[in-house]
Design a protein around this ligand. Structure first.
Ligand SMILES: [Zn+2]
Length: 301
């Protein structure tokens, strides 16, 4: 059973890794799309995690920066909105598809902020179990220079930008950012919109933490709040609620089957995601890989 499960993980990791590698080759074709969400707040998409950008009278404030080869394109997209350089950069977590531009932006003078565990993981070698992937320590200039443990508020561009840590969610260093006046929330990878989510347990993530983070954002959000997910299209509170309910139902089902002594193959064969696959199963993680991941995550404890 264990071998079978490991084999699924290995196949899965290989597929994801291949996807990441081919994405890398295609960076030249990636275009950065900008969507205006409020007077001073924009969402930018390209390859990798979604960006949040605040532009106004004070400074350019950016959330996440995708992959290093995309930095000039991201800078060009920002230059269409303002002639100011990026002054503040906040990382939602340490993953390579969210911090890849740190070195470039750090060299260009941006001050980098993140939860303290982001700096810890970026400054040491890491092993992402699910991708079977090692990452090297980042150079000093790419590391967050200002770290926090709970929360931090930026008073910038007429907004109050509240960054707060959600413990052990997608990783152990996740930050969610609320643009209070603009009514925009960036969730980082605590929320994948219309895609089954990846939860990185080898970086301290947990299903329970993701659910708790979703609940916290649902309490803060109103029906008109614009929610930037870590991956997937711009979302509403209703989309986040659907995500939360999907993850709670599927993980609850799998947890019960683990308790009943079911093996990974039995759980996968029972198709616990069946009614969700149309909406959530066509992206990054196909259903059986999502189930294998949750089985591994929940079995660990
Ligand atoms: Zn991530």
């Amino acid at each position: 059973m264990k071998t079978y499960f490991l084999r699924i993980l290995a196949v899965c990791a290989a597929a994801l890794f291949a996807a990441a590698a081919s994405a890398q080759q295609d960076f030249s074709k990636v275009e950065i799309q900008t969507e205006k969400l409020a007077d001073t707040v924009y969402m930018m998409t390209g390859a990798g995690g979604n960006l949040g950008v605040s532009v106004g009278e004070d400074a350019v404030f950016v959330i996440d920066d995708q992959f290093a080869p995309l930095t000039p394109k991201i800078q060009a997209a920002i230059a269409k909105l303002t002639d100011k350089p990026v002054k503040f950069l906040l990382n939602t977590h340490w993953h390579f598809d969210h911090v890849g531009g740190n070195e470039n932006l750090g060299k260009a003078g941006a001050l980098i902020f993140a939860h303290e565990n982001v700096r810890k993981r970026m400054s040491t070698e890491q092993f992402m179990e699910f991708f079977a992937m090692k990452t090297k320590p980042e150079p000093k200039v790419a590391l967050p220079v200002i770290t926090f443990t709970r929360d931090l508020t930026f008073h910038v561009n007429g907004d109050e930008v509240r960054a707060f840590h959600v413990p052990r969610a997608h990783t152990d260093g996740d930050t969610i950012i609320h643009f209070a006046k603009s009514d925009v929330i960036h969730t980082g990878d605590a929320f994948f919109n219309k895609l089954y989510p990846f939860i990185d347990t080898s970086s301290g993530g947990t299903v329970e933490g993701v659910l708790a983070a979703a609940d916290r954002v649902l309490k803060m959000a109103g029906d008109k709040t614009k929610i930037i997910p870590g991956h997937g299209p711009l979302a509403t509170k209703a989309d986040l609620k659907a995500y939360r309910d999907m993850l709670a139902a599927v993980s609850g089902d799998i947890r019960a089957q683990i308790k009943a002594g079911k093996t990974a193959e039995q759980v996968i064969a029972s198709k616990p995601t069946a009614k969700y696959d149309d909406v959530w199963g066509k992206g990054f993680l196909p259903p059986e890989k999502f189930v294998a991941m949750l089985y591994g995550n929940l079995k660990k404890k």
